[in-house]
Structures are given as structure tokens and as C-alpha cells.
Design a protein around this ligand. Structure first.
Ligand SMILES: [Zn+2]
Ligand SMILES: [Zn+2]
Length: 284
């Protein structure tokens, strides 16, 4: 397959509503490897819409344990299994992901046992080879070299940006993160940087819409995500070939348009720019 990145869900946060995008999932097709990064709601549909069989996955990465990044991981792996997956798929993620996987398997035990006994399926549990994700390992997926950098996403400690390299190409995904100058070094010279972004003015609209008055939510959003102007700053400092933006906060709220995003992103970035939409494919 050609080298490309598809953003299959570009909404920041777990709630979906009429008019919103889907939560995070990203397809990285690089050096012949098919890699899924995050498995928010819609990941399975998103892969199929990209023409990628669920059985074709070579590896899955979960950047951190917020539900908008792994709520569909179990259903996706289960569906890959019923679609014919019989080989082991490495699943890299923070500590705690193994509890999710064990819990998912337990919740679906009746169905899984039935399909093994009644349909002759292979056991599902060993098809996901859970492996730790951290800044110290260099991970190889076929021809692709993957490095992780701890980003800034409090209160989580295990939250990671990822850099994928193969055949002289580099793709960097910021994950969920506050502005961090180190991201520019991590993304230096990448062909494509996919970075999360928020409009600070929009955060108040999100809070008001939720009717969720607790001040902690506003504080969480502001201290753990990156203002759009700073996203442009990172891209410029890194000298990337192309900036694509995802994990929009707010997303699907009236009153915030592409022009608002572009105005902020363009304060420091005048290079190639993609405002992500669900299903957008960026060829490398
Ligand atoms: Zn998120
Ligand atoms: Zn998060």
C-alpha cells in the first residue's frame, strides 16, 4: 500500500452529538505496514472506509487511557476476529490496557466461548499481544521504526507522542498534549505532523453546552491541550513538510468555523495545512 495517513476521527473528547466528528483514530500506512493509532469510537468503520480490512492490521498503538482513544479497541479486535483474523497483532499501550482487554473479554465471554465452540474459531484472547509503550523502547513494525515521547497531558503520566520512520519518511503524531517546546525537536524534519488543537475561546462554549459547572473540567482542558496558535508554532519550529490538525476542541459547536481555526494556526505557520475531517487521507 502507498504511504499515507488517514484521520478517521478528528473530534477531541469522548462525547458525540449530531453534527460532530468522531473521536480519535488514525491510520498510518507506511513502508508497507498498516498501523492503527488509537481506537476511539468509529475506528472499525473508519478502517473499512479507507479500504483496509480489519485483518490487515500489523500493529495497534494506544497513546493514552482516555476513552476517546480506546473505547472501541475491544470491539475492533473482536470484529477483526470475526472477520477472519487468526494471527497475533501487537497492541502497544500504557500500563492498564491489559485490564481493559481482560475486562472486555470477560464482558463478552458468552459470545466468544460460543463462537469458538460453535463456529470453530481460534481463541480470541491471544490475538492481541499487549506490549508496553514508553519512551525508552524503539519499536519495529516491519520496516517501520517507532519512537514514543512522553507528552504533557495531566493528570495522566503515561501519554505519548509517536514518531514513525521508514524509507526516508517520517510521520509524527502529537497525541493529546499541552504545548511543549520539546515537540518541535521530536517532530524535526517530519514529512507530516498531526497535532491536536484547541480554540481557547471555544472551551467555554464546550463547558456551557455540557451544563457541567464543575470548574475542574475547564481547568483540565486548558492545561492538557494545545492552543491552535501554539500548534503552528511547533510546526514552524520543527520545519515539518505538512501540518494536519486533529482532536479539535471545540468540535461541532456553532459559532466556530474553519476561518477561526486557520486564523489561529496561521499566526506562526505558513506551510501546508490540513484541517482534519473524518476520513481525510493525506498522501505522502
Ligand atoms: Zn482525547
Ligand atoms: Zn486525552
Amino acid at each position: 500500500m502507498a504511504d499515507f495517513v488517514a484521520l478517521m476521527g478528528v473530534k477531541g473528547g469522548p462525547a458525540i452529538r449530531p453534527g460532530s466528528h468522531m473521536p480519535t483514530s488514525i491510520l498510518v500506512s507506511l513502508g508497507g505496514a498498516v498501523i492503527l493509532v488509537d481506537a476511539g469510537l468509529g475506528a472499525s468503520r473508519g478502517l473499512c472506509d479507507q479500504g483496509v480490512a480489519l485483518t490487515a492490521l500489523d500493529a495497534v498503538f494506544v497513546t493514552h487511557l482516555h476513552s476517546d482513544h480506546y473505547l472501541e479497541l475491544g470491539p475492533l479486535l473482536h470484529t477483526a476476529w470475526t472477520a477472519g483474523l487468526t494471527r497475533e497483532v501487537p497492541v502497544y499501550g500504557p500500563a492498564g490496557l491489559e485490564r481493559y482487554w481482560a475486562g472486555f473479554l470477560a464482558s463478552m465471554e458468552a459470545d466468544i466461548a460460543l463462537r469458538i465452540a460453535d463456529e470453530g474459531r481460534v481463541p480470541l484472547e491471544p490475538l492481541a499481544a499487549l506490549r508496553p509503550l514508553g519512551p525508552d523502547e524503539v519499536i519495529r513494525v516491519g520496516e517501520v521504526t517507532v519512537r514514543a515521547m512522553r507528552n504533557v497531558h495531566p493528570p495522566l503520566c503515561d501519554s505519548f507522542a509517536l514518531r514513525f520512520e521508514a524509507g526516508g519518511r517520517a510521520i509524527v503524531l502529537s497525541g493529546d498534549t499541552a504545548y511543549m517546546p520539546e515537540m518541535a525537536a521530536f517532530a524535526a524534519g517530519a514529512d507530516l505532523l498531526v497535532h491536536e488543537a484547541m480554540l481557547v475561546d471555544g472551551v467555554d462554549a464546550v463547558i456551557a453546552n455540557l451544563g457541567h459547572e464543575d470548574a475542574r473540567l475547564r481547568q483540565h482542558i486548558l492545561r492538557s491541550h494545545t492552543a491552535a496558535a501554539d500548534v503552528g508554532r511547533v510546526a514552524a519550529a520543527a520545519g515539518v513538510g505538512h501540518l494536519a490538525v486533529n482532536h479539535f476542541v471545540p468540535d461541532g459547536f456553532p459559532g466556530f468555523t474553519d476561518a477561526d481555526w486557520e486564523r489561529e494556526l496561521r499566526r506562526h505557520w505558513d506551510g501546508a495545512l490540513t484541517l482534519g475531517t473524518d476520513g481525510v487521507r493525506i498522501d505522502l
